[in-house]
Write a protein that binds this ligand. Structure first.
Ligand code: ARG
Length: 472
């Protein structure tokens, strides 16, 4: 209890107008310190900038500013060493740190909150925190993209079946498939950087909702904190959380992509596909079936997608129908945002570590492409080049496939005589297009699966990645 409280047991920061202490359950129910203490370092960073600005405009003396900054530095050390005593009675991270500052430096500590409110303070803290975390997420995303590009180059000539409807369709190169994943992530990367721009705007100075009567200079604070600019409107600044929704939306799309990749990795490691091998360190065994090697990492990433979608829905619903300006509802923004960040970072790390270690089982991929009549379209295109109408060509190839199914033969394994049963325009050069190598090499244009195109696309992807603005 502090001397400024009018009644015993009321909160020392705002207890002045209260005549009885907060109900013990309500105190616990409304407190956020258990989770918002994660914002502690950003809270101190914001306070140091605020005090610096207040001294610059003459609201604090230089001596007061120095005492505040020195006190905050000590508190930062206490927090980093795990010595700081967090108190639920002090409700949140902001009041815990401010109370400790006053405990340390006395009355000057109480001047820190001049021209500020917890409303602009918390909005600033979350943005600083998210900006730092975005840079960590971005570094992992970049590492994953680099890994995919390198693997695609290594596997530019590796042939596998391409699928539609999960049925063998046409042969593709494994490198081409990997670069399809890379493209998805390139768009996610753009979304992340775009989101960062809107995160990097400073609420501080909005105070509770209307601004403040002190002669503050918001450009000074913004510059000290590395923000692009001060937020334009004080009411919006304290209430807006759509930057967090945007991040959750980026995260949901990214996890959707990672879960698609996961699904393919899981399928491919199965004995039925046998397309790839994942090193043992990314897999676990079964407690009952000794032969099992389970692709837990991709399975878990696929599973974690659900909680991130949930957080996006949670945040959207949290903001829905909130009147301007700040409402206590907003305290509920932190846990979903923190969990989204943790999940995204971990999933990206798992993938960035795992992708370079993927081993293609080339013979098995090749055999699967050969077995599935994957060059049937190539035969149809061959017939068209010899004057057959496409619809007729389609019918002729259909009959050839039916024959192959009866005889257990791929198109490339049939003799010229056998193929002549279906069309007499076919000649010996047909075997150039019926091979898997001929089929992929023929798709030789930008965006096509030909090995040379894959190598060129990988180089372009590498250049595009290098050209991105670096924050981390
Ligand atoms: N713990 C609060 C939050 O997370 C801080 C702002 C509270 N402001 C207030 N006037 N109650 O949103």
């Amino acid at each position: 209890m502090s001397s400024s409280s009018s009644n015993p047991g009321t909160n020392q920061s705002w207890g002045g107008r209260f005549s009885e202490p907060t109900d013990a359950f309500v105190e616990r129910f409304t407190a956020s310190v258990d989770f918002d203490q994660r914002l502690a370092l950003q809270d101190i960073q914001g306070s140091v900038a605020h005090a610096t600005m207040l001294a610059r405009v003459g609201v604090l003396t230089d001596t007061e500013r120095d005492a505040i900054i020195a006190g905050l530095d000590e508190i930062r050390g206490e927090i980093q060493r795990g010595e700081f005593q967090w108190s639920v009675q002090l409700e949140d991270v902001h009041m815990n740190i401010e109370a400790r500052l006053t405990e340390k430096i006395g009355i000057t500590g109480k001047k820190l909150h001049t021209g500020r409110s917890r409303n602009d303070q918390v909005a600033t803290d979350i943005r600083l925190f998210l900006r730092d975390e975005i840079d960590v997420v971005e570094a992992e995303l970049k590492r994953l993209r680099e890994g995919l590009i390198a693997l695609a180059e290594r596997e530019a000539d590796t042939i596998m079946p391409g699928f539609t409807h999960l049925q063998t369709a046409q042969p593709v190169t494994f490198g081409h498939h990997l670069l399809a994943w890379q493209e998805m992530l390139a768009r996610d990367h753009e979304r992340l950087l775009d989101c960062r721009k809107r995160v990097n705007v400073m609420p501080l100075g909005a105070a509770a909702l209307a601004g403040t009567t002190y002669p503050i200079d918001r450009h000074v604070t913004a510059e000290l904190l590395g923000f692009e600019r001060p937020a334009e409107n004080s009411l919006d600044a304290v209430s807006d959380r759509d930057f967090a929704i945007e991040f959750a939306s980026f995260a949901s799309i990214l996890l959707m992509h990672l879960s698609r990749m996961s699904e393919e990795l899981v399928l491919w490691t199965s004995a039925q596909f046998d397309f790839i091998d994942l090193p043992d360190r990314f897999c676990t065994g079964s407690s009952i079936m000794p032969q099992k090697k389970n692709p837990d990492v991709p399975e878990l990433v696929r599973g974690k997608t659900g909680r991130v979608y949930g957080h996006l829905m949670g945040l959207l619903t949290l903001m829905k129908s909130q009147p301007l300006a700040y409402n206590k509802d907003n305290q509920e923004d932190k846990e979903p945002l923190f969990d989204t960040l943790d999940t995204v970072r971990d999933c990206l790390k798992a993938f960035a570590d795992m992708v370079p270690a993927i081993e293609a089982r080339k013979a098995s991929m090749y055999e699967a492409a050969r077995r599935g009549f994957s060059t049937a379209t190539d035969l149809a295109d061959y017939l068209v080049r010899r004057g057959v109408a496409f619809r007729d060509a389609h019918e002729i190839v259909g009959q050839s496939v039916a024959f192959g199914l009866r005889e257990g033969k791929d198109l490339s394994e049939m003799t010229l005589d056998e193929l002549h049963q279906f069309s007499n325009v076919i000649e010996a050069d047909v075997f150039d297009v019926l091979t898997l190598e001929g089929s992929v090499a023929a798709r030789n244009h930008i965006g096509g699966t030909a090995p040379d195109q894959v190598r060129a696309a990988a180089q372009r992807a590498r250049d595009a990645l290098a050209a991105l603005e670096q924050h981390s």
